[in-house]
Design a protein around this ligand. Structure first.
Ligand code: SAM
Ligand code: DTB
Ligand code: SF4
Length: 333
């Protein structure tokens, strides 16, 4: 497809989206929307390839934040006990298992509000050790200061995950212990340190379609589009304020993936939490609509994920293969 005016090419990244424009994309008839997203997907990626990540909770529970979806907040009685930061060798043993199972990236999560300097040496040793195994590295540790982002980069970190979670208008209904701007500031420090950003959000938290468009608007108007863009379907956790939220349904979820692909065309869009309650056919639609990454392993941080054998069968049936390492490293606009 040749475009005389590159600005009219829907695969060219833009930073000047309006929320109205993005909401209008959600209104496109479903088959047309998926077709458009699939077309843009092919301009930047091989649609038969999916990036494979695996998560490990290296510090679980007892978090002082009050994110209304989270099993790990100390504000809610969810049955998830607080534990200490894992030992480096135990983390490396899990990373080796993940690599043997086919993961390309190992993502370590900690239930912290922010990273404390006293924990930097241990976290850095985890990152260096995982990197030395030939895996890509990702961590999600809460808010960061600039010198901490630089230290993580020096340790061999590739990606930092820090989600905006929802649109700025709905955000206050979900979290009150940190601001939207706090999150954007951390993302700025991460990018300035030369790290790749992994940033997305959650649907099915009781938000409106306008809120979903507003989240994607916030992501697409960041100075740097996320390199990796996770879309999570809420894993409802009993005991949390959002434990009884109603799902947006599969069709709306696929629309969210498709619109994410259209507004951040170069991002690796991850079909993230929620696969455990999705049919194989719904996941196939997500891949058609531009999703090209998943988490493997039968647990995410604290909630279930499909068995690896089910994913292997799904990939075989769909003719999907793991993304070539490094291919996701095209620099996003
Ligand atoms: N404490 C760090 C933070 O919040 O930045 C890192 C860990 S936190 C669990 C990482 C992300 O996982 C959250 O920002 C949220 O988007 C997602 N998440 C957490 N609980 C979830 C749930 N029950 N369902 C879907 N996504 C969830
Ligand atoms: C992201 O967006 N999703 C992942 C990862 N980044 C850290 C976490 C999903 C967590 C789902 C809930 C749980 O397992 O506790
Ligand atoms: Fe803490 Fe992160 Fe859970 Fe929020 S999402 S309560 S910051 S672990």
């Amino acid at each position: 497809m040749a475009f005389d005016n590159p600005a009219a090419d829907p695969a060219t990244p833009r930073h000047d989206w309006t929320v109205d424009e993005i909401e209008a994309l959600f209104d496109i008839p479903f088959t047309e929307l998926v077709f458009r997203a699939a077309t843009v997907h092919r301009r930047w990626f091989n649609p038969a390839e999916v990036q494979i990540s695996q998560l490990l909770s290296v510090k679980t529970g007892g978090c002082p934040e009050n994110c209304g979806y989270c099993s790990q907040s100390q504000s809610f009685d969810t049955g998830v006990d607080a534990s200490k930061l894992m030992e480096v060798q135990a983390v490396l043993a899990e990373a080796a298992r993940a690599k043997a199972g086919g993961a390309q990236r190992f993502c370590m999560g900690a239930a912290w509000r922010d990273l404390k300097d006293r924990d930097l040496p241990k976290v850095s040793a985890m990152i260096s050790g995982v990197k030395a195994m030939g895996l890509e590295t990702c961590v999600t540790l809460g808010m960061l200061q600039p010198h901490q982002a630089t230290a993580l980069k020096d340790a061999g970190l590739d990606y930092y995950n820090h989600n905006l979670d929802t649109g700025p208008e709905y955000y206050g209904k979900v979290v009150t212990t940190r601001t939207y701007q706090d999150r954007i500031d951390t993302l700025g420090h991460v990018h300035a340190a030369g790290l790749k950003t992994c940033c997305g959000g959650i649907v099915s938290m009781g938000e409106t379609r306008r809120d979903r468009a507003s989240l994607l608007h916030a992501l697409a108007t960041l100075p740097h589009h996320p390199d990796s863009l996770p879309i999570n379907d809420l894993m409802p956790v009993p005991g949390t304020p959002l434990g009884g939220s109603k799902s947006v349904g599969g069709i709306e979820f696929v629309r969210m993936i498709a619109v994410a692909r259209l507004v951040c065309p170069q991002a690796v869009v991850r079909l993230s939490a929620g696969r455990d309650h999705m049919s194989r056919e719904l996941q196939a639609l997500c891949f058609m609509a531009g999703a090209n990454s998943i988490f493997v392993g039968n647990v995410l941080l604290t909630t279930p994920n499909p068995e690896q054998s089910e994913d292997a069968a799904l990939f075989a049936d769909l003719g999907l293969k793991p993304m070539t390492m490094g291919e996701a490293e095209t620099v996003s606009a």
